[in-house]
Design a protein around this ligand. Structure first.
Ligand SMILES: [Zn+2]
Length: 241
């Protein structure tokens, strides 16, 4: 069978195929198109469209040596709220489950207001379980986690710097309009609510007490935020976006 990997997918192919668009493959046993594609290094979560002989097929389509398979990348904006042939069960909303290898991205997603699950020291199966159970998009730099068959929605983060990773994710899912900066706690993902200065004044450092007047507090962990505490990060973020 001939398999064509389009767009940026060819960069994900395992050596010695990396960078090739077209791969000639001899099937030695029965396998689904999904398993064949993944055996070359491309996680199924990265596939936006799959055709055999020019016809759209599902991941479970059985491979055959006479086939010509075309594998297309995710094409922004990826709409995860609408069913597709490859992913018939859409998600209810855009939320994320972030792997430890992109931990800073988790904080930035929260800072941008997106509901983001993140935990240090979580195993791959546990992270995938959270993503599946809670209907979240898994974000990782680890191809193996994205190959797990129970996972439906995921994305292999390419960028190295956290701010660029945030821009990458926002661009891919077309969610720039949904940014709600300073609505969510960067530490625990809880929602922030405006709080009167008098209520929290005891907890403020002298300079903060002196120079700032409007505050927000996390409804879960009670962490206090004020305009100055995130100003630099927010400005840098907005510049990138
Ligand atoms: Zn919190």
């Amino acid at each position: 069978m001939i398999i064509n990997f389009w767009g940026n997918l060819k960069e994900l192919l395992r050596p010695p195929f990396r960078g090739l668009t077209s791969v000639d493959h001899e099937l030695s046993r029965e396998a689904s198109v999904k398993d064949i594609v993944e055996s070359f290094g491309v996680p199924h979560t990265e596939v936006g469209r799959l055709t055999v002989g020019g016809h759209d097929v599902h991941f479970s389509h059985p491979g055959s040596n006479d086939d010509r398979v075309d594998v297309y990348p995710l094409c922004p904006p990826v709409d995860i709220l609408t069913p597709t042939l490859l992913r018939p069960k859409p998600l209810a909303s855009i939320t994320f489950a972030v792997d430890v290898n992109v931990g800073k991205l988790a904080s930035l997603l929260r800072m941008a207001g997106f509901d983001t699950f993140y935990q240090n020291y979580i195993s791959d199966p546990e992270l995938v379980e959270v993503a599946v159970q809670e209907g979240r998009i898994a974000l990782s730099k680890d191809k193996n986690i994205l190959k797990r068959k129970e996972l439906v929605y995921g994305y292999l983060v390419r960028e190295i710097y956290p701010e660029k990773q945030l821009a990458e994710v926002i661009h891919l899912f077309g969610i720039k309009e949904q940014l709600k900066p300073l609505s969510r706690c960067m530490r625990c993902n809880g929602l922030l609510q405006t709080v009167a200065k008098e209520q929290i004044i005891e907890q403020l450092e002298p300079l903060t007490k002196k120079y700032y007047h409007s505050f927000r507090q996390c409804q879960c962990c009670r962490k206090i935020y004020w305009s100055g505490s995130h100003r630099e990060k927010m400005l840098r973020l907005l510049r990138v976006l």
